[in-house]
Design a protein around this ligand. Structure first.
Ligand SMILES: [Zn+2]
Ligand SMILES: [Zn+2]
Length: 273
């Protein structure tokens, strides 16, 4: 029995994932998962490199629906979407929605804050915030709060993505009270509407971080606010489909959770940890 029996945050070949969707399904079955969820990057016209085009979005839904039929009775398959707050797709057309933010909009420009290169965020902070990382964090968390405006959002994804490179590079003072206040204000506003948050361990296997998103002080507030958590590896390569799930479970426990959520055909359900 796997330590956590599903992954709702997975990417495939219609966006920036490496593998065809059926390869992911087969690997999930091999791992003993009870379900697998796909979460292609939603159509976002100004950044088509990682995201699905409108044409591919149609093909994506068709492909997942074929797989649902083929593997019916063997594993539950969900057609979800990773929906950026600036996306132009319709979030209501999916089994579930992971809502999150990969950009900050500044003077009509979309600034990508999810680059692999830490220098990209350093440049944004220099060029647009006069070197003030905290102001950048403020704009990012205000952007994250926009998930509450989506017509459907079931899971809040990688809540503190802005800290992707902050463990290894001194870009934002994430220990400061002012930083923590920006994050906590956002989480408090979001939790009034959305009750499930993601513990995302994906950046560890990719070598960007040693710890999952979000930081413990955020996760403790998520718990205090009565919300639940799912574990994901933000999988772009099936070799990492369940990698570091144990780290995610340990983080949940250390922040006071005694159960984590899994998605079933009847909605979210808690499992003891
Ligand atoms: Zn993402
Ligand atoms: Zn993702």
């Amino acid at each position: 029995m796997p330590i956590y029996p599903q992954n709702l945050h997975t990417h495939g070949t219609f966006c920036d994932g490496r593998h065809e969707y059926e390869d992911t399904v087969k690997h999930a079955i091999k791992l003993g998962f009870n379900a697998i969820g796909f979460s292609g990057h939603s159509y976002t016209s100004f950044d088509l490199e990682p995201c699905m085009t409108l044409e591919n979005t149609v093909l994506y839904k068709k492909r997942i629906s074929e797989l649902k039929e083929k593997y019916n009775g063997i594993i539950d398959i969900f057609c979800g979407i990773e929906f950026d707050v600036f996306s132009e797709d319709d979030p209501t057309d999916y089994d579930y929605v992971i809502g999150d933010a990969h950009y900050i909009k500044k003077e009509n420009e979309y600034l990508v804050i999810d680059y692999s290169d830490p220098n990209a965020l350093a440049e944004i902070i220099d060029k647009h915030y006069g070197g003030d990382g905290l102001q950048c964090a403020k704009d990012y968390y205000e952007t994250m709060t926009l998930v509450t405006k989506l017509s459907k959002c079931d899971i809040v994804g990688h809540f503190d993505l802005i800290t992707k490179h902050c463990e290894k590079h001194n870009l934002i003072d994430t220990d400061s009270k002012i930083y923590k206040d920006y994050a906590l204000q956002s989480i408090t506003a979001i939790a009034e509407k959305i009750k499930v948050f993601e513990i995302n361990v994906g950046a560890i296997a990719r070598g960007y971080r040693l710890t999952p998103y979000p930081a413990p002080f955020i996760l403790k507030r998520v718990k205090e606010l009565g919300c639940g958590v799912v574990i994901s590896s933000d999988c772009h390569d099936i070799s990492y489909l369940d990698t570091n799930f144990d780290v995610g479970i340990d983080l949940a426990k250390s922040c006071g959770f005694n159960e984590v959520l899994i998605l079933t055909k009847d909605g979210f359900k808690g499992i003891k940890i």
